[in-house]
Design a binder for this molecule. Structure first.
Ligand code: 5GP
Length: 189
């Protein structure tokens, strides 16, 4: 496999990392492409198969595990599997682009440990767990039970922030986007 660079954005759910990653993907000069993960979770309104995720069944996910198709995979939430496909990295590198990931903390550190020389791992730090809760409720895509699950996970994730190359504070989204751009630009050039 011809190998290139990887940029990992990890953060607790609701911290704004998806918005930051989408912003960076719009900057064509950075030559980034998104690693579309496979997941067995339900599709939210507005999400597109083959763009946001490859939405597959738990059985199909298991089959891909058996085929050794993943760089990393995880049961991020109970019965909700997410994984990075080897074919995604090959696809993006073959186009001469850098792979950008929006994945959870364990997955992000896993990618970093597999490609230590080629990876820039960025942790997006939310202002506080209280603010995170507010954002998750505002999003209105999850039940109370699921929000509680995401918040418990967030606290565990924040405790691992120091294992990343960079901690990007997201107190103000516009500032965070600019800082993210600079970090990525330096890394890809
Ligand atoms: P969501 O359900 O909100 O789309 O994602 C839940 C969490 O799973 C997020 O933290 C997201 O970044 C993470 N995630 C998405 N794709 C992957 C993946 O391929 N591997 C891992 N480990 N986590 C992922």
């Amino acid at each position: 496999m011809k190998s290139g660079k990887l940029i990992v954005f990890s953060a607790p759910s609701g911290s704004g990392k998806t918005t930051i990653v989408k912003h960076l993907l719009q900057q064509e000069e950075l030559k980034l492409d998104f690693s579309i993960s496979a997941t067995s979770r339900y599709k939210r309104e507005g999400e597109v198969h083959g763009k946001d995720y490859y939405f597959i069944t738990a059985e199909e996910f298991q089959q891909k595990i058996n085929e050794n198709a993943f760089v990393e995979y995880e049961e991020v939430y109970k019965d909700n599997f997410y994984g990075t496909l080897k074919t995604e990295l090959e696809r993006i590198w073959s186009e001469g682009k850098t792979v950008i990931f929006d994945i959870d903390v364990v997955g992000g550190l896993n990618v970093k440990s597999q490609y230590p020389e080629q990876t820039l791992a960025i942790f997006v730090n939310p202002p506080s767990v209280e603010e995170l809760e507010k954002r998750l409720r505002h999003r209105q895509t999850e039940s109370d039970e699921k929000i509680a699950m995401r918040l418990a996970k967030a606290e565990r994730e924040i405790s691992r922030a120091k294992e990343f190359d960079v901690i990007l504070e997201n107190n103000d989204l516009e500032t965070a986007k600019k800082e993210a751009y600079q970090l990525v630009q330096q890394f890809v050039n």
